[in-house]
Design a protein around this ligand. Structure first.
Ligand SMILES: Nc1ncnc2c1ncn2[C@@H]1O[C@H](COP(=O)(O)OP(=O)(O)O)[C@@H](O)[C@H]1O
Ligand SMILES: [Mg+2]
Length: 393
């Protein structure tokens, strides 16, 4: 079973790329499901099929589609939590419409769609699931979450965790939001499911993230951050797609300028994403949508390749032991020497990496061999951070 996740900045072409990939996968005979949790109708718009609903639906042989509605998912999966929220709401005379708005908070949508994915993976109904993920950064945060919580302690986690953001909102609205036992149980179950989900996502034989960028600075920077955090967290990124490249043969000065600019950006992306395989797709002569155009786009993307293959495997974190020392290597592309902050707490190493929006922290459990060792050196070697531990005297 394969899980292929398309991520990238808004408007780069994640939805159309997901659909094109899914069409091609189905043609290769894989039982395929393409999932979008973008606002309603995304898949309808892309396939130009008005009646794609919130149920899994086969629209072509082996090609299934599912538009996820976060509110439906929330209702199905977190009934107790929802009724807890609702009781607070109604006590305050706030109507349920607000629950909808809260479910749409950045990140929440994606979390609920990812939990749906966890359910679908467990059911083993499909050979390949393609996920059309909304905006990069937020989405991935939830995948890292279980690891971080694991280090704080699962008991605390329920209260500190991902629902705390929501709970805090309720606390503002209501003065007495004491979570019930049921509520805490729901949070614990939820954490277990996020934990399972994170194992699925970190299984490099199953899951691949694919980056969709356009030939512009903003989307490339965005994808570089996604690549770095995925790399830090041991999630395999196997392909990058540069979409919407303007044709360079033009007599018009205005378009010629753009073509030169984009040519530079394509070069930049090639070197930035190296050694990741890269595919280039031109800007079609009209808006890319509808089955025929999507199929054609899938052809341009994959030709006679099976899109379910793993295009690249880079080991994000590895350990090598010698007699008295241990070397840990972490792939950290696009960082500079002074961007790191390492902290060790017993059997865990926290790596903080600076990026333009702040720090990304990863907590890496150390092998037991490291327990009796001291962290002696950290050195950046190209895109690899080498951390050396040595046994003390
Ligand atoms: N290569 C392309 N050529 C022409 N139009 C494209 C191309 N890629 C995407 N589009 C159009 O750009 C818009 C945004 O694409 P979409 O897949 O919805 O982006 P995202 O899901 O990343 O926000 C849509 O109107 C889509 O039809
Ligand atoms: Mg989209």
């Amino acid at each position: 079973m394969r899980l292929i996740i398309y991520t990238g900045k808004g408007g780069t072409g994640k939805t159309v790329t997901s659909c094109s990939t899914a069409i091609k996968l189905a043609e290769y005979g894989h039982k395929t499901l393409v999932i979008s949790s973008d606002p309603a109708h995304t898949l309808s718009d892309a396939f130009m099929m008005p009646d794609i609903s919130y149920q899994v639906q086969e629209i072509l042989p082996k090609l299934n589609v599912l538009q996820i509605d976060p509110v439906t998912e929330m209702r199905n999966q977190f009934d107790t939590t929802l009724s807890y929220m609702a009781s607070i709401f109604s006590a305050k005379g706030i109507d349920e419409t607000l629950a909808y708005e809260i479910a749409m908070l950045p990140g929440m949508t994606q979390l609920f769609s990812l939990l749906k994915v966890e359910e679908l993976v467990k059911q083993k109904r499909f050979d390949v699931i393609v996920i059309d993920m909304p905006a990069s950064g937020e989405a991935l945060r939830y995948l890292y979450f279980p690891k971080l919580v694991g280090s704080i302690g699962r008991k605390m986690a329920g209260l500190l965790g991902m629902f705390s953001g929501v709970t805090r909102i309720f606390q503002v609205l209501s003065k007495n939001p004491i979570p019930t036992k049921d509520n805490i149980q729901v949070e614990a179950d939820l954490l277990n499911r996020i934990q399972d989900l994170s194992e699925i996502i970190q299984n490099n034989d199953m899951t691949s993230i694919r980056l969709v960028v356009n030939p512009d600075t903003f989307s490339i920077e965005n994808a570089k951050r996604a690549l770095m955090s995925a790399s830090l967290f041991g999630i395999n990124v196997d392909l990058a797609i540069i979409n919407k490249i303007m044709p360079s043969q033009t007599s018009d000065r205005y378009y010629a300028n753009w073509a030169v600019f984009q040519g530079g950006k394509v070069e930049e992306a090639r070197s930035n994403f190296y050694p990741l395989p890269l595919k280039e797709i031109h800007l079609h002569n009209t808006e890319l949508r509808g089955l025929e155009m999507l199929r054609n786009n899938g052809e341009l993307l994959f030709g006679n390749e099976d899109p379910s293959q793993i295009y690249y495997r880079g080991k994000a974190i590895s350990f090598a032991t010698e007699e008295n020392s241990l070397r840990m290597t972490v792939k950290v592309p696009f960082t500079e020497k002074d961007d790191f902050d390492l902290e060790r707490h017993g059997d865990q190493l926290t790596i903080k990496v600076k990026n333009p929006v702040g720090y990304i922290a990863n907590i890496i459990p150390l092998p037991s061999a490291a327990l009796t060792m001291k962290l002696v050196k950290a050195k950046l070697n190209g895109d690899e951070l080498n951390v050396i531990f040595t046994r003390g005297i």
